[in-house]
Design a protein around this ligand. Structure first.
Ligand code: GLA
Length: 684
């Protein structure tokens, strides 16, 4: 029963077989003595080694861009010569080559499981019947570059076990160079516990010794903090375990890679793994966030979907040249987090032209206003700033406010710079709705919309409208239009939104639209999403919380369970709730960090429960429980451990609209923090 939310990277455990084997290998391969010049597998004399500074080779002055098959095919049979050639064709035909995509790379499974009698690698004859050189030649004939994969171990990561490069660095590098390889991804599986620096430096030297410029992509999943030592060893290094095609995976990798900004620069990049855009596991909004954030992080942009089957939306995302220009900016700075609170992220990247790229990223599940200023992102004082929206392809000016209402899981990506000619651009107009309004079915929700002119010049004929799903009505309760909105002015409008009878609980999207005329005479419309939460009034009397529907539930490991312990990452996989040997029939099984919200509608008086760590965690984990009444902490426990029996907790929640049950990690990280709200009751 493991429940560490961070997955051990592939091969991370299996690859760490240490000891005698490794020592023997070092002794027999010359790995430990890289100056001995000899035949296959051993290095030449240092005099033939290429320049020490990887940038001097002119490689990866900006993050590498291209394609790698892994995320779309893994080891499947459709990874073959036809695919690779097809991708090269599409790079040219669809303008991706012109947009900057350059490398067409093979991942694992291209080789036969055995080397030949001379110790050479042999291409899989079914996948690559004409060999690797033929594919490389084809890719080169299109003006593109070609990449290949192997592992800094005895075998690659696929369980089928293809030969790895450990102990064969010089001969394998030579074979790659002879084939015309321009890029090597060097993985970490089956490494026998040999020191990572030694393994990757040996391959670096072997690649240099070929005399062919070859990008060295270190793939040791961040295990040995390569950002601290690999700037002159590889041109990029993976910072995390493998990405998968899901929102959670992408987000967690983004969060691990963001703090590493200071380590990236021209010729040496942090690599948060290849793109999943177009593989189908995320929405296009989420894929735009993925692509925006990878670009702001100056990450390598390796397309990971089979472009032969890609939708127009996928091409539109991957081909967005304004976003690519952020990634490829020659200053080579990785963007850094300016602020992050309540799921509202502001990440800024300094650009070669002195401006900033600003990503306003909404991690949360409902639309939010995210705002910063020109000053806060580090721009000099100026009367006006040019602001370019890189997804909408629209320019405007602002006096300094940089803000937008960002949809759930979305990112607004802006380039901002001082501009003397600001007056020639229309003013930025921001549209927002307050908070996240809540209503019971059959009742009305109050929403306040604001249209704000963020510039110095006026907009005219301003009107705002609000549209709901079918059957909903939105009526303005105050003025929805004005003839003129001056620079810096706002139009606030109150709305009564009626939720039809019988609407199921959940969050519903409404669209707010503002129309106006710019000083340049253009009619313009901007829209912003508004989320309305439809809730169910709590029944009068005492209810078990596990019998009520919650408004929202967030959990550190798998979903929140009703009348079960948290269990593992699946739904419904818990066991009877048990704290210190005492079993409970009712309650919620959660895992830190957890927040479960219930609608009380101002009609409830109290919450009671017995809380503690569930016995399924073993004698591990520490947590603390809190009950919140709207913005007020109404009760809390101290830090609880697994040796404690269940503790009582009770809170006065009189008048609260929303009651929030929170479990924190007790200050020591969230591992093994299986927590129970046993016999949890709400009195209304
Ligand atoms: C590891 C790497 C992946 C991929 C596979 C291939 O998991 O991290 O990117 O190359 O190996 O087996």
């Amino acid at each position: 029963m493991r429940h560490l939310p961070v997955r051990t990277p592939p091969g991370g455990v299996a690859g760490r077989v240490v000891g005698a084997l490794a020592a023997a290998l070092l002794a027999t391969t010359g790995l430990a003595a890289p100056a001995a010049a000899h035949s296959d597998g051993t290095p030449p004399s240092p005099a033939t080694a290429a320049p020490a500074d990887p940038l001097a080779e002119g490689l990866a002055p900006t993050p590498p861009m291209g394609f790698n098959n892994w995320n779309s095919t893994h080891c499947r049979a459709d990874f073959n010569e036809a695919m690779i050639k097809g991708i090269a064709d599409i790079f040219v035909e669809k303008g991706l080559k012109e947009a900057g995509y350059e490398y067409v790379n093979l991942d694992d499974c291209w080789a036969k499981p055995q080397r030949d009698a001379d110790g050479k690698l042999v291409p899989d004859p079914v996948r690559f019947p004409n060999g690797i050189k033929a594919v490389a030649d084809y890719v080169h004939s299109k003006g593109l570059k070609f990449g290949i994969y192997t592992s800094a171990g005895t075998k690659t990561c696929n369980p089928a076990g293809f030969p790895g490069g450990l102990g064969h660095e010089y001969s394998d590098a030579k074979q790659f160079a002879d084939w015309g390889v321009d890029y090597l991804k060097y993985d970490n599986c089956n490494n026998l516990g040999v020191d990572a620096k030694l393994r990757y430096k040996t391959m670096r030297d072997a690649l240099r010794a070929t005399g062919r410029p070859i990008v060295h992509s270190i793939c040791e999943w961040g295990e040995n903090r390569p950002w601290e030592w690999a700037a002159d060893v590889g041109h990029l290094w993976r910072t995390t375990g493998d990405i998968s095609d899901s929102w959670g995976s992408m987000l967690s990798i983004m969060k691990q890679n963001l703090p590493l900004a200071p380590y990236a620069g021209p010729g040496h990049w942090n690599d948060p793994d290849m793109l999943e855009v177009g593989n189908g596991g995320m929405t296009d909004t989420e894929y735009r966030t993925h692509f925006s954030m990878w670009s702001v992080m100056a990450a390598p942009l390796l397309i990971g979907s089979d472009l032969r089957k890609a939708t127009p939306e996928t091409f539109e995302i991957l081909g967005n040249r304004e976003v690519i220009a952020v990634d490829q900016d020659r200053l080579g700075k990785q963007g850094a987090v300016l602020s992050s609170e309540g799921g509202r992220w502001v990440v800024t990247k300094e650009m070669a032209d002195g401006g900033r790229t600003v990503a306003l990223f909404n991690e949360s599940g409902s639309p939010q206003r995210i705002a910063t200023t020109a000053e806060a992102v580090g721009l000099p004082d100026a009367p006006g700033y040019r602001m370019r929206d890189l997804w909408q392809h629209r320019s405007s000016h602002t006096t300094g406010t940089i803000s937008a209402t960002v949809p759930a899981h979305g990112t607004v990506l802006l380039r901002v710079a001082p501009d003397e000619k600001w007056a020639g651009l229309p003013p930025a107009v921001e549209l927002t709705a307050d908070g996240s309004p809540t209503a019971e079915e059959g009742r009305t929700a109050g929403i306040v919309s604001t249209v704000a002119d963020l510039g110095r010049t006026p907009v005219r004929d301003v009107s705002v409208s609000l549209a709901g799903p079918a059957g909903w009505t939105a009526v303005p309760a105050s003025r929805p239009s004005v003839p003129v909105l001056q620079g810096g002015a706002r139009l606030r409008t109150e709305w009564k939104v009626s939720v039809p009878d019988g609407t199921d609980p959940g969050t519903y999207d409404l669209a707010l639209t503002a129309k106006y005329r710019t000083p340049q005479g253009d009619r313009t419309a901007v829209t912003a999403p508004v989320g309305v939460r439809v809730v169910v009034a709590p029944p009068a009397g005492v209810s078990q919380l596990s019998d009520l529907g919650w408004m929202s539930a967030a959990n550190g490991w798998g979903p929140v369970e009703k009348d079960r312990s948290n269990g593992e990452s699946g739904a419904g996989d818990g066991r009877p709730i048990t704290i210190g040997g005492q079993a409970f029939a009712k309650g919620l099984g959660v895992h830190a960090a957890s927040t479960v919200e219930y609608y009380a509608g101002g009609k409830c008086s109290g919450v009671t429960a017995r809380v503690g760590l569930d016995d399924e965690a073993g004698l591990r984990g520490t947590v603390a429980f809190e009950i919140w009444a709207d913005g007020r902490k109404a009760a809390s426990t101290g830090t609880l451990t697994n040796v404690m029996p269940s503790q009582p907790i009770s809170a006065d929640v009189s008048g609260a609209q929303v009651v929030r049950l929170v479990v924190t990690d007790g200050g020591d990280g969230i591992d093994y923090d299986h927590a129970d709200w046993a016999d949890a009751k709400l009195s209304c």
